[in-house]
Design a protein around this ligand. Structure first.
Ligand code: SAM
Length: 441
């Protein structure tokens, strides 16, 4: 791999005697990692099924280094695990998140940090925002694949997020767009895109994002700043910019992350290098807001369903799931969603919130719900078909084929090793496939 000369010169100046080991690490393969979706499956059940060598990642429970190829595995399609560079897991591992916390992932696509954060707040909420609409849809797809019902996906500029939500979050994660120097091994295209001019551009953009992020953190709340680059300009200098506001102070990350990293220019700023650890390259810093940000939210009330619409939805839920789960039934992006009561839904910019149940449609028999894929991923239905991952019918289902099977008529969930993959409608012994066309293999 031909690394940019200006990058090499700078790293040599910064690393001194360590530079040779740093450079040699580029002769090795990128390190791979996975995180188990413990809401769907236990580590002890999943790992032997994957048939690859694995070892635990010390700073994130349920995360493993592995070798091999898992992207096409049916259990990946089912959301049983998420693939991620182990050093990228440092961001969400750096902060002690409480189960009830209200968390914002401000630059969230494709969802590495969000899928790690969502299970840390089982009684709380996660807002996953991505400015780029195309990438926000990928993010939403990943959150759906993993079945996280306590999340909302938005696609808004950070400054608009701050205007709408105000300073309400316990934790704001800024995994900033950066020059990607830590991606060179994993994504060689990042080498061609690198330039000193781009480092400058990224540093300026990071400050803009931090201006907005700072306005979203409540007093005493935390801001986690991370990048996958080594440049001090994009890392410590961005942190210094925030400290200079006088509203934040540095805070040491969790002991597990401190143990896995080396100190940056300030002791609470932590760096991860590929020659010192098992991963690509990362920077993380945790800051606490010490002064209140006086920014009131401008969130409008949710668009609730009419009595008739609510009755049709509840009748459907009662028949398919055997009960009506708690939450508010409202419209988000023209879909009927079951949203946690405490989740504020902005008047625009939200792609989904809570569990997307589906679309209400008028039929001869009255209103009916056309179920959304997320309903099958998040709500346990009464009817489930659970197959082993190597059962040929799993591949047929993932291809979009219908299956013949003697089961009662009605909506049901296709599961693989207990993990929900998607929906079907059983009619006269035929399981009509409701796995979304865009996801079919
Ligand atoms: N956190 C993600 C994950 O773990 O999967 C990776 C985020 S990536 C490093 C940075 C993201 O910031 C990109 O998805 C990019 O589209 C987004 N971005 C680019 N420009 C931005 C801006 N001006 N404001 C906010 N986000 C921006």
């Amino acid at each position: 791999m031909q690394l940019p000369l200006a990058f090499c010169n700078r790293m040599q100046r910064e690393l001194g005697d360590d530079y040779a080991a740093f450079l040699a690490s580029y002769q090795e393969d990128a390190q791979k990692g996975l995180r188990v979706n413990r809401g769907y499956i236990a580590d002890e059940k999943l790992l032997p099924l994957l048939r690859v060598p694995y070892e635990p990642v010390p700073y994130q429970a349920g995360a493993y280094y592995y070798r091999g190829y898992l992207g096409q595995h049916p259990l990946h399609q089912a959301g049983a695990f998420y693939l991620q560079d182990p050093s990228a897991m440092l961001t969400a591992a750096a902060v002690a998140i409480e189960p009830h916390h209200f968390v914002l992932d401000l630059c969230a696509a494709p969802g590495g940090k969000s899928t790690q954060l969502a299970p840390k707040v089982p009684q709380g909420l996660l807002v996953s925002n991505e400015i780029d609409l195309g990438r926000a849809k990928i993010l939403m797809g990943n959150l759906e694949r993993m079945g996280y019902a306590n999340t909302m996906t938005t696609s808004l500029a950070p400054a608009v997020m701050a205007d709408l939500f105000g300073a309400v979050f316990d934790v704001v994660v800024v995994d900033a767009p950066c020059s990607g120097e830590g991606m060179f091994r994993k994504t060689p295209a990042a080498v061609d895109e690198w330039s000193e001019a781009n480092v400058n551009l990224c540093a300026a953009r990071q400050k803009e994002i931090l201006d907005a992020a700072a306005r979203l953190v409540k007093e005493g709340g935390l801001l986690v700043y991370s990048t996958c680059t080594f440049s001090h300009q994009e890392n410590e200098q961005s942190v210094r910019y925030l400290l200079d506001t006088g509203d934040f102070e540095g805070q040491m990350p969790t002991p597990e992350v401190v143990a896995a990293t080396v100190a940056g220019d300030m002791p609470f700023c932590r760096r991860f290098y590929p020659h010192l650890g098992r991963g690509e390259g990362h920077f993380v810093a945790v800051l606490r807001r010490t002064k209140a940000a006086d920014i009131p939210p401008k969130i409008a009330p949710k668009r609730l369903l009419s009595a008739k619409e609510r009755q049709a939805t509840e009748t459907f839920l009662q028949a398919a799931a055997g009960h009506v789960p708690t939450g508010e039934l409202c419209y988000v992006n023209n879909q009927v969603c079951l949203v946690p009561r405490a989740m504020p839904v902005p008047p625009y910019g939200a792609l989904s919130a809570g569990v997307k149940l589906g679309e209400l449609q008028a039929s001869r028999k009255g209103l009916r719900i056309e179920p959304h894929h997320m309903l099958f991923k998040c709500l346990p239905l009464l009817q489930r078909l659970d197959l082993a991952w190597d059962d040929p019918r799993v591949a047929q289902y993932l291809h979009g084929e219908s299956l013949s099977l003697d089961v009662p008529d009605g909506w049901g969930t296709m599961c693989v090793e207990g993990c929900p993959v998607g929906g079907y409608k059983a009619v006269d012994g035929i399981l009509k496939n409701h796995y979304p066309k865009g996801l079919r293999v």
